[in-house]
Design a protein around this ligand. Structure first.
Ligand code: ADP
Length: 483
């Protein structure tokens, strides 16, 4: 691997400030999704390793928690700057293990770093309340304190940002952390830990364990009474499992789960803007984001024009290895491309037509052709499930109310998008959509300053923004009597 700073390439996990192997000595390979090539090996850890990491976080907690918010913020700002200083190396590691184009990886490094900066600032504003007392001889206060050890489980689609979004908030709040990155993308997370160590994050405050068998590690987290908080981003299925397992110790949990984002284009939309938003929302990271547009609902009057313009734009997308900075990289692994393939086959079998794409790409491996499907209906699996690939299914609607009904007809409630110019419609639809986030005439909505999260089966809690730090804080009520 060609890095300016080769020490960022790690093959060990990080516990109690040390770089360590699995107790069993087991390792597993990390591969490049663009060509299947071997990048390196990392420890294949188990529940006992997880307990070791939790113990490290537990013993580091008293000191970290008792530092001032400004002291913690100072360290987080150094970490933030260090990430930016190593943008190119981090982007390369990310592209090699995850597949996204280098320019997107560079963007994620900046976006990921921003969570440390944001929460360094927010950590200094963890205010409590003094509450007017119903009795003269008493005063009532509410203070906020760190929850304790936080376990973080993150996905492979944003190997850095999903980690910093959680860790930034947890650490700024005064919690210590054990993180478990996804099995496909541990290397970015390990490089992030290396930078943390270099800037002086105390030993045990931020631990990372790696495994290709996440269930025993997740179980160790959920059953540990030392772990007081679990934050998870991933599939709804695994999130539900973890939520059930957390009942044993009544842990605080944050869940950011799957989505089934509708992207609605009304007759009064600016179509060029809508196409640009659709491209950004659907094809970024080759369609592998949880807020990707999953279903396109297009009003009659603009359906044909939108389909034509979107198809023309999608045909211009370049597919190739992320290191060559093509617009569209490979999908993460074989299971991902098999799923996309079967969803497209199901749609075609039920009457959809591909306006472009519709097949595995000639490059082979896990490359898939950017695809637009027309004549899609609700009976097709691609509008019921998260596609997680570069496929845009287009459905037609007539009335505004029908669009809202179709959009809400899902168990998910993460992100939704719509394009319209009529101000009355904009308010009506914004309020009627049962989603945690709504992009209005906007296809890219993620930023560290805004609350990210879903409702219904898309999750619990919010990340980023002024609300994100609350996920790692407890409220304590103090009643001062005998005055
Ligand atoms: P995806 O479909 O994005 O791969 P997953 O939910 O399988 O979604 O993975 C998201 C994260 O959850 C990854 O870090 C993965 O290792 C982890 N994970 C998967 N299964 C479990 C489990 N049983 N317990 C704990 N973590 C798990």
């Amino acid at each position: 691997m060609v890095l300016t700073d080769e020490k960022l390439f790690k093959s060990q996990a990080h516990i109690a400030g040390k770089w360590v192997d699995a107790a069993s000595g087991a390792v597993y390979p990390v591969t490049n999704p663009a060509d299947g090539g071997l990048l390196g090996h990392v420890p294949d850890m188990d529940g006992e390793d997880a307990q070791r990491a939790v113990a490290a976080a537990e013993s580091a907690l008293p000191r970290w928690r008792s530092m001032t918010a400004a002291e913690r913020a100072g360290l987080l700002m150094l970490w933030y700057q260090s990430i930016l200083d190593h943008t190119e190396d981090l982007a390369r590691i990310m592209t090699l293990e995850q597949g996204k184009p280098l320019s997107e990886a560079r963007g994620e490094v900046k976006y990921g770093a921003a969570f440390l900066q944001w929460f360094a600032e927010e950590g200094k504003r963890v205010y409590g309340d003094i509450i007017p007392s119903p009795a003269n001889d008493r005063r009532i206060l509410a203070i906020k304190q760190p929850i304790g050890v936080a376990a973080l489980i993150t996905p492979w689609n944003f190997p850095l940002a999903m980690l910093t979004r959680k860790a930034g908030a947890a650490l700024a709040a005064g919690c210590t952390v054990v993180a478990k990155p996804a099995e496909d993308t541990p290397l970015t997370a390990l490089a992030f830990a290396e930078l943390g160590q270099r800037v002086g994050i105390p030993a045990g405050v931020f631990n990372i364990i790696t495994t290709r068998n996440p269930a025993p590690v997740g179980y160790a987290f959920t059953q540990s009474s030392a772990v007081r908080k679990l934050s998870f981003t991933g599939s709804t299925e695994v999130g539900k499992r973890l939520m059930a397992d957390c009942a044993a110790t009544v842990k605080r949990i944050s869940l950011e789960l799957g989505g089934n984002a509708p992207f609605i284009v009304f007759d009064d939309a600016d179509l060029d803007e809508a196409v640009a938003g659709a491209l950004a929302s659907k094809y970024r990271n080759s369609g592998q984001t949880c807020i990707c547009a999953n279903r396109f609902l297009i009003q009659d009057g603009v359906y044909d024009a939108f389909a034509e313009r979107l198809t023309a734009a999608v045909k211009r997308l370049r597919v190739g290895p992320g290191m060559e900075d093509s617009g569209q990289g490979p999908l993460i692994n074989q299971a991902a491309i098999d799923k996309v393939d079967s969803l497209v086959a199901d749609a075609i079998a039920k009457g959809a037509r591909a306006l472009c794409g519709g097949n595995r790409h000639a490059l082979g491996g896990t490359f898939y052709e950017p695809t637009v499907l027309t004549d899609v209906n609700e009976g097709m699996a691609c509008v019921q499930q998260e596609i997680f690939g570069p496929v845009a299914p287009l459905m037609r609607f007539h009335e505004e109310a029908e669009a809202v009904q179709l959009a809400n007809d899902t168990a998910f409630g993460l992100a939704a998008y719509f394009y319209a110019r009529d101000i009355g419609r904009i308010w009506r639809v914004s309020e009627a959509l049962e989603y945690g986030m709504v992009g209005v005439n906007q296809g890219v909505i993620s930023t560290e300053v805004a609350p990210f999260g879903g409702i219904k089966e898309s999750g619990l809690g919010r990340e980023g923004s002024k609300y994100g730090i609350d996920e790692y804080l407890e409220i304590k009520y103090l009643c001062m009597g005998g005055l």
